[in-house]
Design a protein around this ligand. Structure first.
Ligand SMILES: *[C@@H]1O[C@H](CO)[C@@H](O)[C@H](O)[C@H]1NC(C)=O
Ligand SMILES: *[C@@H]1O[C@H](CO)[C@@H](O)[C@H](O)[C@H]1NC(C)=O
Length: 178
């Protein structure tokens, strides 16, 4: 039987290829980078009290503070809640004010406190995050054998390929063998 290619076939093959690539891609790297304030960045008159509530922070993650250039703003890590509450930058753990941003790695568990020392802290320009241990493994991969993860990915790729092939077959009425 002669198979006539419809204009949609290349598109479907592209889709199939994309699905296969996605299935074969390695899991995203464990550490995450969070832009403090998201689109509002690190700026005066932003209240950062609830910003951390939407995320979980783990050891090895990064906080990225983006601020306007010109030396008006800084990022000061203070040691404890008392200094944080008082907006007190004397005895900083870390103090940074160069360029237009600062990327900070959360190296240990526990609570971190950051303020802007230039008076803006009183308007809300301060943030505190609680850093937890990174879970040893994703929950679905409890106690895998050394090859289990690769095997799992292989099965997932195969299942996706099969699904995509059936989709092609269903749409085009073509026999697709996997
Ligand atoms: C975190 O640890 C790494 C490696 O030990 C070190 O290079 C880095 O300066 C630390 N970062 C902070 C913010 O302490
Ligand atoms: C920020 O918001 C929290 C709760 O939404 C509030 O308790 C706090 O007073 C606010 N801080 C400032 C500086 O406005």
């Amino acid at each position: 039987m002669a198979v006539t290619l419809t204009p949609d076939l290349p598109l479907l093959l592209l889709l199939l290829g994309t699905l296969l690539l996605l299935a074969a891609a390695p899991a995203p790297s464990a550490a995450e980078k969070f832009v403090v304030g998201d689109k509002k960045n690190w700026a005066p008159n932003v209240n950062y009290t609830t910003w951390p509530d939407q995320y979980r922070f783990h050891v090895g993650d990064w906080l990225q503070f983006n601020y306007a250039r010109g030396g008006m703003y800084d990022v000061v890590q203070v040691a404890n809640e008392a200094a944080y509450e008082k907006c007190d930058p004397t005895n900083p753990v870390v103090s940074y004010d160069r360029g237009r941003g600062y990327v900070f790695q959360l190296n240990h568990t526990g609570r971190y406190y950051f303020i802007c020392s230039r008076g803006y802290c009183w308007g809300g320009m301060k943030v505190t995050v609680l850093v937890e241990d990174r879970p040893a493994r994703p929950p679905y991969a409890a106690a895998p054998a050394p090859n289990a993860a690769a095997h799992h990915a292989g099965v997932a790729s195969w299942a996706l390929a099969a699904a995509a092939a059936s989709l092609c077959a269903a749409v085009l009425g073509l026999p697709f063998a996997v």
